[in-house]
Design a protein around this ligand. Structure first.
Ligand code: F6R
Length: 261
């Protein structure tokens, strides 16, 4: 990809994770107020917890017509397993808002035919007019969704093998002694890049290296998040800890970084 094809994401650095999450919650709430039937792409994991906490406290936001698609789910976990992303979403968001359960979509990791479930998910997204606003976290190895290093930038929803580092990072969500699944069903990088707008949220120093690789390294299969350069409307919200390996002066010089109050 030549330098002219590159479309640098904007980067907003907040002092704390709380402030970064609050800013993202505000952005999502504003979007729902302006476009009540917006189609959102949602992420799970530790990072967006505070975003959801902030969103459920807003009585002036109605989710009645909102449509949601989650990025991923473990293969082999039933939706009522406490470590499943379906459970996480109900627990942290869906059980606390007025969303129509028929408008909630999460990849079906317990389907008997995973390939068919992956194609059905892509079709469902298309039927809903595509994703307008996609929320992403980032893995320590630069993964987005569960697209691990090596994933093609035009990949679609599919079953993927999780790396040991991802399995180890997510072990915290599983009951003691239970081995997390080795595979997951995830939207592909190509699927993610079709969202009209993307917000990547990164907090904590454990994400500093991955964020620097995504924003300052080459666009490569080694860092799945570097594929975001292929998109024209990406905003990165991070805290100072996640930004600690960014070269702020260089980013500011290119007009892409700003410190938030
Ligand atoms: C979650 C997801 C993952 C996470 C990433 C970071 O739906 O798709 O890409 O965003 O693994 O996870 P946390 O936030 O737990 O550090």
């Amino acid at each position: 990809m030549s330098a002219n094809d590159m479309r640098r994401p904007s980067v907003k650095i907040h002092q704390t994770a709380e402030l970064a999450c609050e800013a993202v919650a505000e952005l999502i709430a504003g979007r729902i107020r302006r476009e009540p039937s917006v189609t959102l792409g949602l992420a799970t994991g530790a990072t967006p917890r505070m975003v959801y906490k902030s969103l459920i406290g807003r009585s002036d936001v109605s989710w009645r017509a909102v449509r949601c698609f989650n990025l991923d789910e473990y293969v082999g976990l039933a939706p009522d397993h406490p470590a499943s992303f379906a459970y996480y979403m109900r627990d942290l968001l869906f059980d606390h808002i007025d969303i129509d359960p028929g408008q909630v979509h999460i990849p079906d990791g317990s389907a008997s035919d995973i390939e068919a479930a992956a194609s059905a998910y892509e079709e469902k997204i298309a039927e809903n007019g595509g994703i307008a606003l996609q929320l992403l976290g980032i893995g320590r190895n630069g993964h987005i969704g569960f697209n691990e290093p090596g994933s093609a930038h035009d990949s679609r929803t599919r079953e993927v093998l999780l790396t040991q580092s991802t399995i180890d990072a997510n072990r915290r969500d599983f009951p003691e002694g239970e081995t997390p699944p080795a595979t997951a069903l995830t939207m592909g990088i190509g699927t993610i890049l079709e969202a009209r707008e993307i917000v990547l949220l990164a907090t904590g120093s454990a994400k500093a290296e991955a964020l620097a690789a995504a924003l300052q390294g080459p666009v490569s299969l080694d860092c799945p998040a570097s594929a975001l350069w292929r998109h024209g409307a990406v905003s990165v919200f991070c805290d100072e800890a996640a930004a600690e390996k960014l070269n702020i002066e260089t980013l500011k010089g290119r007009g892409s970084a700003s410190a938030a109050a």
